[in-house]
Design a protein around this ligand. Structure first.
Ligand code: DHK
Length: 148
């Protein structure tokens, strides 16, 4: 039986990874992040997306509600103000890992309080782009726990 996919969702401006403020986000591109995630996921199917549009991220979360085993989300700037994103995530029955490349709690005040964290099962921040692989493995571990 094919296992249900994990959804890896990336928010606004993450399409610019590699060029965007490399002193904060590093020089790894989003395509390289996707490859790392697929490698870390092993035989678990992955749906990897990025959008600068809040409604598109909400639509993918609805897809995950119907078809997904877990969600890894870097909501980027939407972390801090998006009620629609939070409301959609609250409907998801499985594990949610919220991920931030940077140390959001040591940055400007506006980045300190994520609304998404109130729906997340776990939060990872400050590990840099390579942290996505750790987040994938943590999510798959939670999914397996829920499937046993
Ligand atoms: C990414 C962004 O685009 C910022 O808006 C967040 C997050 C931090 C990150 O560290 O991945 O504040």
């Amino acid at each position: 039986m094919t296992s249900k996919p994990i959804f890896i969702l990336n928010g606004p401006n993450l399409n610019r990874l590699g060029k965007r403020e490399p002193e904060i986000y590093g020089t790894t591109t989003l395509a390289e992040v996707e490859a790392m995630c697929r490698e870390a996921a092993g035989d678990r199917p992955v749906r990897f997306h990025q959008s600068n549009a809040e409604h598109q991220l909400v639509d993918w979360i609805h897809e995950a509600i119907d078809e997904g085993a877990g969600i890894l989300i870097n909501p980027a700037g939407l972390s801090f103000r998006s009620i629609p994103l939070l409301d959609a995530l609250k409907m998801f029955p499985g594990p949610i890992v919220e991920f931030h490349i940077s140390k959001i709690h040591r940055r400007e005040e506006i980045y300190h309080r994520s609304l998404v964290s109130t729906a997340a099962t776990a939060v990872l921040a400050g590990l840099g782009p390579s942290g996505y692989a750790l987040a994938v493995k943590a999510l798959i571990g939670m999914v397996r726990e829920g499937e046993t």
